[in-house]
Design a protein around this ligand. Structure first.
Ligand SMILES: Cc1ncc(COP(=O)(O)O)c(C=O)c1O
Length: 386
């Protein structure tokens, strides 16, 4: 067998120690049980309760955003954001093919059509250079809006994704979104604790969406949040997320078809305890990233995906890019690691390769294919190097 699988597994063991290693596990080392008990003792476990507001305030403070609406998960945060921002049925929404399926699913839930674009290999996010040239070629301007010449549909929004916590080329993407009048909704699902020029991920666009799923840097069990600086949008999102219920002491009056997307108090309680330790998690994940960098730098065929210039990543997942990796060797690496109880994962299968997205509009996606062929994610939990 090729030497590479053994070399990679040995290197990982050197960094994280021997034993079983999942890709990313949560860490509960603070007030989690105390706060959960409080919700049970007071019976406020559902969508009303003091922890929800406390959690939202903590997210606002940490991300320096004016408003935060906590919801059931990030997929619905993205869905609701599109509805609230005005993405309409049959609009096209620009989204990278390299992302979690939930990003594109949310576009479909909103009645719109994903339009896949390529990524670059530095941050693994949307390639702004390629995107700009592409939009110049495929769009026609009518009034203030840009339409896809071929499908005749309005291209109304863009969802940049900060993949594995790495800030994508957000300032360049923002410029393009302004030029093409695209609503920018950031998928910062994986990027709590990531900054570009000291500004938090998710605060560049109209809204940003964060995930608190069990595998994220902090967890609420399942959960998400929408952050924004736009007051009327925040009010609309909050209203729609609470079944569009009009405030009244006892009557049930709803003024639109809303959604039951509010985060329950019991999940927010967990989130409050986790937020108290976020800086600690960030520090230990940084240490882990630096140790992986130094160990893998000994092999010239392997590169760690690094924090792009001017950014500070939360180092949520550490990713190696292996030059000229064949399909066979990649499988050997994954199988050998799993046999050794090191649960490495490839990057998501690019969405344009999934059969149900076959007829979705797209540009040439060479780099997305290369990223999938060449990248592997390493065990990255916060507790390895405290
Ligand atoms: C990039 C990305 N977008 C969206 C989501 C959806 O988040 P959630 O699982 O909270 O719905 C996830 C994650 O799990 C993700 O990694």
């Amino acid at each position: 067998m090729n030497k590479l699988p053994k070399v990679i597994v040995q290197t990982i063991k050197k960094v994280v120690g021997v034993g079983k290693h999942e890709l990313h596990e949560p860490m509960f080392c603070g007030n989690e049980i105390n706060y959960l008990k409080k919700t049970i003792n007071t019976s406020y476990v559902s969508s009303v309760g003091s922890f929800v507001e406390k959690f939202e305030n903590k997210i606002k403070k940490f991300t320096n955003s004016k408003y935060c609406i906590s919801v059931v998960n990030c997929t619905e945060a993205l869905h609701l954001s599109m509805v609230a921002c005005g993405v309409m049925k049959n609009d096209e929404v620009i989204v990278p093919s390299i992302t979690f399926a939930g990003t594109a699913n949310a576009i479909v839930y909103a009645g719109a059509i994903p339009h896949f674009v390529d990524s670059e290999t530095e941050s693994l996010g949307i390639d702004p250079f390629k995107l700009h040239r592409y939009l110049e070629k495929i769009t026609v301007k009518r009034g203030n809006h840009f339409y896809n010449k071929k499908t005749k549909r309005l291209i109304s929004a863009i969802i940049p994704v900060h993949v594995f916590g790495n800030i994508c080329k957000i300032d360049e993407i923002l410029k393009i979104s302004k030029k093409y009048n695209l609503l920018m909704i950031e998928d910062a699902a994986e990027a709590l604790g990531s900054f570009f020029k000291k500004k938090h991920a998710g605060t560049f666009g109209l809204v940003g969406c964060i995930s608190f799923n069990g595998n994220k840097i902090i967890t609420t069990g399942g959960g998400g949040a929408i952050i924004t600086n736009n007051k009327s949008l925040a009010e609309k999102i909050k209203h729609l997320s609470t079944t569009a219920k009009v405030s009244h002491a006892y009557e049930y009056i709803h003024d639109a078809v809303g959604y039951n997307f509010r985060m329950p108090n019991i999940n927010a309680a967990l989130g409050c305890a986790q937020m108290e330790n976020l800086n600690k998690f960030l520090k230990s994940k940084r240490k882990l990233f630096l140790k992986y960098c130094s160990e893998f730098s000994k092999n010239t065929n392997i590169m760690i995906i690094k924090n792009p210039i001017n950014s500070k990543s939360n180092n949520w997942l550490n990713t190696i890019f292996i030059k000229n990796l064949s399909v066979k060797t990649k499988k050997q690496i994954l199988n050998f690691a799993h046999k050794n109880k090191i649960y490495l994962r490839p990057v998501w299968r690019p969405l344009h390769q999934l059969s149900h997205f076959k007829s979705i509009p797209r540009m040439n996606l060479d780099q997305a294919n290369t990223i999938y062929a060449s990248c592997i994610n390493l065990p990255s939990s916060a507790f390895y190097l405290k």
